[in-house]
Design a protein around this ligand. Structure first.
Ligand code: SF4
Length: 448
């Protein structure tokens, strides 16, 4: 029945990747099938992200670039969804004369109705109501149909924390969680389709269900751990203030939950943490990490750091350096602070010079590269379980095929399997003997 073509341009985070899949799914019964060719599209959606700099400009120029196509195909529908749409609303229609529809982060489930109205000739539309509900979409993926070993599943959305640098509470609205039954149903369906790993998504997964009186996040993990066929469970993002003992117990006791935790600290200075409104101190953070490592000694811990927050001094930055040294993170994402429209910190004084931010960013990246190199080197000679994601980029050219996969702790492993595809298909677990450590990955050989 699919007669119309849908092209989605996904910008930004993992939740947007998941939302784009939901857009495609919700429109499928109404005759839209996904295409990789923008020229063939009858409906083009830009799924936007406001974390990136100049996000509005990028969204509007993307739609602007479709002007010629729209002239050639007058029936073509152009839409903007996601966080920029939520923030800008009707303004986008003023800035982009070719745009037909602006829809928000909570109104994705209304897409079929909105598209129908446009198809019926109704004028340009905006729907950015923050409904406070995550629309449930048919979770059926088809038996054995997935070509991907790993998929994202949103379990909650929005945030009540109001960190001063962040726009999420304004773009995704207040915190709301999906019912556990719906999440488990979706994951059972994914596992039946061949998916072996899920990453549970939310802006603050640790506070899952608290508002609605649902089971806790740790209890949800226990339910998902029972899904047949699933091998691994990951989750992101955690907030240190909500990272409780029950979650630490779940990570250490549930066999499918990966010993790999991303716990953004953002700064090692209490002064800056306070100005960021993070609601924990450096000592609180160290305490949580110590408890986690005591329960799971082999856990890998990653984090995010923002350098150059307004008012940050050299002494504050030194505190961050010493925290990094004390914790010894397995992976670090480092960002230079920049103002975002609507984020309270945009109005803060004492902005840090761009040159200083750049230097600090490079300093942290160098430190982290060295830590990663040492941690990777320590894995040489070990045999490690890898979830195969497919052929590695160089795989096709080699006589002995090379595959790519990830360890439980999230490290990329490229490996040779003399047995070829019969043993190392996407979605299989393969034991790999690690022979070399590179700066961002490991290299090895499948154990026969
Ligand atoms: S907890 Fe995360 S999503 Fe929520 S306001 Fe803070 S940075 Fe933004």
């Amino acid at each position: 029945m699919a007669t119309k073509q849908l092209y989605i341009q996904t910008m930004g985070c993992q939740m947007n990747v998941y939302d784009s899949e939901r857009m495609a799914k919700v429109l499928e019964p109404f005759g839209y099938s996904l295409t990789d060719s923008i020229d063939n599209a009858d409906l083009i959606i830009a799924n936007t992200c406001s974390i990136r700099e100049k996000a509005r400009h990028k969204a509007v120029s993307f739609i602007g670039r479709q002007a010629d196509l729209k002239k050639r195909k007058p029936g073509l529908i152009l839409a903007i969804g996601g966080c920029v749409a939520q923030q800008e609303g009707k303004n986008l229609l003023k800035q982009s004369h070719h745009l037909d529809l602006v829809f928000g982060t909570d109104t994705l489930g209304r897409l079929p109705g909105l598209i129908k109205r446009l198809e019926n000739g109704e004028g340009r539309l905006t729907d950015i109501e923050l409904t406070g509900i995550i629309d449930e979409i048919d979770p059926y993926f088809g038996e054995g149909k997935s070509t991907e070993a790993s998929r994202f599943v949103t379990i909650m959305q929005g945030c009540d924390n109001y960190c001063t640098y962040c726009v999420v509470p304004y773009t995704r609205g207040r915190e709301k969680s999906r019912p556990p039954e719906a999440i488990v149903r979706e994951i059972i369906s994914l596992a039946r389709a061949g998916v072996r790993e899920v990453t549970l998504l939310g802006q603050n997964v640790n506070s899952y269900g608290q508002k609605e009186g649902l089971p806790s996040f740790a209890e949800l993990l226990a339910m998902i751990n029972n899904v047949d066929g699933l091998e691994r469970i990951r989750f992101t993002t955690s907030h240190p203030k909500d990272f409780g003992d029950d979650l630490i117990a779940a990570i250490s006791s549930l066999d499918k939950v990966c010993r790999h935790v991303h716990l953004p600290v953002q700064s090692g200075s209490d002064n800056i943490l306070k100005r960021m409104n993070r609601n924990y101190t450096r000592a609180d953070y160290i305490e949580k990490v110590t408890a986690l490592r005591a329960a799971c000694p082999d856990v890998a811990i990653g984090s995010d750091i923002i350098v150059g927050f307004p008012g940050e001094t050299q002494a504050d930055f030194d505190e961050t350096l010493s925290l990094i040294d004390e914790i010894g993170f397995d992976g670090l994402f480092v960002f230079a602070y920049s103002d975002r429209p609507d984020a309270p910190s945009s109005a803060f004084g004492n902005k840090v010079e761009e040159k200083v931010k750049k230097e600090q960013l490079n300093q942290l990246l160098k430190i982290q590269e060295e830590t990663t190199r040492q941690k990777n080197a320590a894995m040489v000679g070990r045999e490690i379980e890898v979830l195969v994601e497919g052929l590695s980029k160089k795989g096709q050219d080699n006589q002995a095929p090379q595959y790519s996969g990830r360890t439980e702790t999230g490290k990329i492993v490229n490996f040779v399997s003399e047995n070829g595809s019969s043993k190392a298909q996407s979605g299989t677990m393969v034991k790999v003997s690690i022979e070399r450590a590179l700066s961002h990955s490991l290299w090895g050989r499948a154990v026969q």
